[in-house]
Design a protein around this ligand. Structure first.
Ligand code: PFF
Length: 444
């Protein structure tokens, strides 16, 4: 087999990892989950989850990847714990399932870019959503989105992933800042900011247990944790990079993008009638926002830019999701990267087809990932790094880092105790909700 690729530079790795992290989760789910869960109250719990649980977990994945220097399954073996490979395998499986429906939503975004240009959703955003969210249009758009993803991954780690994200991430940042600046001029923007930024601690206290699972799920999802993606990406990393510094940069940029998206979405929603209609999940978000674009002066142009940003974000994430199974299969079975990318991409696209039949399938896929697969995978990672490969983990985190021993020790104990505790609580709450949803016919 040919020599394994590595990132051409540290910044290349950071762009790629930020590209994975910044996605539909930041610009689409985050504002709407915030709207659905009480605004600023959700924001506070979410930020705590990102920094207190997400950041240490990201370093745990980095440690495994850089130490293992292989795909997420073989990396466990390379570190000397082959019987833990299933933990990496679970992430590969989750990536596969997630990409299958992520790509369907990516297809919606494509349809909304077209709709912004033609004005098709300006009159009746709900009807437009109905016409593109399922059926032949949804399948076709899903296929196109998947083809682009395959094309980038097939081109390789440096020529495909690194090059694409080095272009897309700055574009996303610049365009979002522009949109947020424009949004300040809207009448009603102030009410939007207030809803978004003034936490009511009474609301947090009363609803804490119902805010925790979505906030934690969102934190893991937005940081691409529990999918083996960060294991895969850090396996292409040089030995002398500082994992805490890189991880910190990735978490901060990712959080900034989500916050910025809120500064775009909330003024727009409040300028055209409040966040009320936007809290009901997948479809309502597209309908509420598109409806707002339809009602604003120059809304078509704004909509076009917004959905273009969303497309870049979705693509820079979908390539990371495809990279995980592709690196595993091509390294493990010796197929070429391009062949594997096409074969895996096509398979995943087929798995996603039920999600084009209607949004209830999509909701079900989404909830299985958020409430079950993600927390289980993160729990396994934390136990593995904290208790099984702890000596190796501490040694690896110390390499290239200037943070010193007390930081590393604190991190280890955090990953040993606090992360598993928080994740077990989340898992319990999430699985109960999933079970209840299945029993009450919430999905099918
Ligand atoms: N972090 C991406 C988002 O917020 O949209 C989604 C994602 C990408 C999750 C890659 C997991 C992953 F492995």
């Amino acid at each position: 087999m040919s020599e394994r690729e590595t990132w051409t530079s540290r910044i290349g790795f950071i762009f790629a990892a930020v590209g994975s992290a910044v996605g539909l989760g930041n610009i689409w789910s985050f504002p709407f989950q915030t709207a659905a869960n009480g605004g600023a109250a959700f924001l506070v719990v979410y930020l705590l989850a990102v920094f207190l649980i997400g950041f240490p977990t990201m370093m745990a994945e980095f440690v495994i990847g850089r130490r293992g220097e292989q795909n997420p399954v073989a990396s466990f073996k390379n570190i000397g714990y082959g019987n833990w490979s299933f933990a990496g395998g679970l992430g590969v499986f989750s990536s596969l399932v997630t990409l299958s429906f992520y790509s369907v939503v990516g297809g919606w975004v494509l349809s909304y870019i077209v709709g912004s240009a033609t004005g098709a959703y300006f009159g009746d955003a709900g009807a437009y959503f109905g016409s593109i969210a399922s059926g032949p249009t949804a399948i076709a758009a899903h296929a196109v989105f998947m083809l682009v993803t395959i094309g980038i991954v097939a081109s390789g780690v440096t020529d495909g992933i690194e090059r694409a994200t080095t272009f897309m991430i700055p574009a996303i940042l610049v365009l979002l800042v522009g949109l947020a600046a424009w949004a300040t001029t809207l009448e009603g923007a102030t009410a939007g900011y207030a809803f978004y930024l003034s936490p009511d601690f009474g609301v947090i206290a009363d609803n804490f247990w119902s805010i925790v699972p979505p906030a934690m799920g969102q934190a893991f999802f937005t940081l691409s944790l529990g999918f083996s993606v960060m294991i895969a990406y850090s396996s292409y990393l040089g030995r002398d990079d500082s994992l805490p510094a890189d991880g910190g940069a990735i978490v901060v940029v990712n959080t900034l993008v989500a916050l910025l998206a809120g500064f775009v979405v909330f003024p727009i929603l409040f300028a055209t009638g409040g966040a009320g209609g936007a809290g009901g999940g997948a479809g309502t978000a597209f309908v509420a926002l598109a409806g707002a674009f339809g009602n604003l002066p120059a809304g078509g142009i704004i909509g076009f830019v917004f959905f273009a940003v969303l497309l870049f974000a979705a693509l820079s994430s979908s390539i990371s999701l495809l990279e995980v199974p592709v690196s595993y299969i091509s390294e493990n079975y010796g197929y070429s990267r391009a062949t594997t990318a096409v074969a895996m991409g096509a398979t995943i696209a087929l798995v996603g087809v039920p999600a084009t039949f209607g949004t209830s399938w999509l909701g079900f896929y989404n909830d299985v990932v958020f409430k079950l697969l993600l927390p289980v995978a993160v729990l396994l990672i934390a136990v593995f790094v904290g208790w099984v490969a702890d000596t190796e983990a501490v040694d690896e985190l110390g390499r290239g880092s200037t943070f010193g021993e007390s930081f590393t020790t604190a991190w280890l104990w955090w990953v040993r105790v606090v992360v598993p505790f928080a994740v077990i609580v989340t898992l319990y709450l999430g699985v109960t909700a999933l079970y209840e949803g299945l029993n009450t016919g919430a999905y099918f």
